[in-house]
Design a protein around this ligand. Sequence first.
Ligand SMILES: Cc1cc2nc3c(=O)[nH]c(=O)nc-3n(C[C@H](O)[C@H](O)[C@H](O)COP(=O)(O)O)c2cc1C
Length: 338
Amino acid sequence: MSIVIGKLAVKNPVFLAPMSGVTDEAFRLAAHQTGAGLVVSEMVASEELVRERRDMVRRARCGHRLSPFVMQLAGREARWMAEGARVAQDLGADIIDINMGCPARQVTGGLSGSALMRNLDHAITLVEATVNAARVPVTLKMRLGWDERSLNAPELAKRAEAAGVAMITVHGRTRCQFYTGKADWAAIRAVRDQIKIPLVANGDCASADDAKAMMLASGANAVMIGRGAYGRPWWPAVVAEQLNVGSGRKQPSLAEELAIVLQQNDETLRLYGGALGNKTFRKHLGWGIARLYERDLISAEQTMAARAGLLGQTNNDIVRQGLREIYDMASDRMGLAA
Ligand SMILES: Cc1cc2nc3c(=O)[nH]c(=O)nc-3n(C[C@H](O)[C@H](O)[C@H](O)COP(=O)(O)O)c2cc1C
């Protein structure tokens, strides 16, 4: 069954989760171009966006190459959410997602993110303000509740649907769990029972088997992958293909992977400028190397040497050359195994 958000149909049910500091435009572009069902921007603080704070404006860029472009807004006051929604639309957002899931203390301390789940009347004023200000569909991402004594995601979801929200995503943990324990996929079903709009389940999905189990347990229409896409922006598309042949793409060959990673490197430098771009790319490089090791495509020694040689490297040409060499080593090992 295809998923429709407002009037926008998405191509498959495996989405890339918003992750601040990870899913920047360069990463999302790679995920989108390889075939993720939907990709969501990093959280953009609405007041800072309206005030044109530089890093927020960068987070809000889409370069018109991402369609649909989903911008996630965070905030604690209705008026800034409304203003932020207008700016997001002007910047080309096709969908606005509201963040009520972020557990970080600097966010909840500011009474936004998952702290909004402590006061649903207030949370709904933000939803209403955003929906009223926006011409585009508004979606909402939340956790199960603040803590295990207040699992109010079903109530928030129901009220949000009544206020005009077009899709709900639930991360199967409470705020107080942060990222500990295991996401409770079955607990998300209580939200399914309250809403008719599309529901997306999130938390600890790393494979097609996980995605199937998650959808079965929760009754969700789609899944959202976060950390499982570290170092492999093509992964949501691969999971989509394994779930439903023809809707995503097959695991890229090593040569294709290298091309995707080199393009991500290019885009990262374009987005942030040379020095900051190089620094920002390092974490992706570290994860990418770890993925090759995890797949037994490079040895422990090669992994250590690549990390030592590349993760502190400020010359991007050397980083790119190093990437080619790592992928050559991986191809050799794959050839030997064949
Ligand atoms: C580094 C990092 C940054 C995150 N930033 C955001 C964010 O900006 N907005 C948001 O709604 N969730 C954010 N999240 C939460 C993820 O979207 C997701 O809900 C969570 O990681 C669980 O999914 P996973 O187990 O697939 O990673 C972040 C998570 C991580 C690990």
